[in-house]
Design a protein around this ligand. Structure first.
Ligand SMILES: [Zn+2]
Length: 129
């Protein structure tokens, strides 16, 4: 599971079993911020346990009473969506960096050739003078 520092957004990959028990104190290696980390599924279960009794006292239709049940699934879905979003952002940034490097290599090719003469052959090979 990926934990993120609430202060500086540094990411830490932590084995899932680390948060199976009670919440644990985490300390960011970059900014030394401490925060309490808990399993997102455990969080959903604790919310469900907290609201179960008040909801039972209400005279709600069965469909509404069952609503907390998928909470853990929704929570897991949010975590998955976050990981997918970070993956897409990572790929987009990687492609952008490669694009900038490629553009710079073409734009400043004469400087590159002056600094490193053998690169002239590579530029000629792809049709640049
Ligand atoms: Zn931090």
């Amino acid at each position: 599971m990926l934990l993120t520092c609430p202060n500086c957004a540094a990411g830490y990959e932590v084995p899932d079993h680390v948060l199976d028990g009670p919440p644990r104190m985490m300390r960011c290696a970059l900014c030394a911020t401490e925060w309490e980390a808990r399993s997102p599924l455990k969080s959903a279960e604790s919310v469900q346990a907290t609201i179960a009794e008040p909801m039972a006292e209400l005279d709600l239709p069965a469909a509404v009473r069952l609503a907390p049940e998928p909470l853990a699934q929704m929570n897991a879905g949010i975590v998955r969506d976050g990981q997918v979003r970070r993956g897409v952002i990572g790929w987009a940034l990687s492609l952008a960096v490669l694009g900038i490097i490629g553009w710079a290599g073409v734009h400043w090719r004469h400087d590159v050739e002056a600094t490193w003469p053998p690169s002239a052959r590579a530029y000629q090979a792809v049709g640049l003078d």
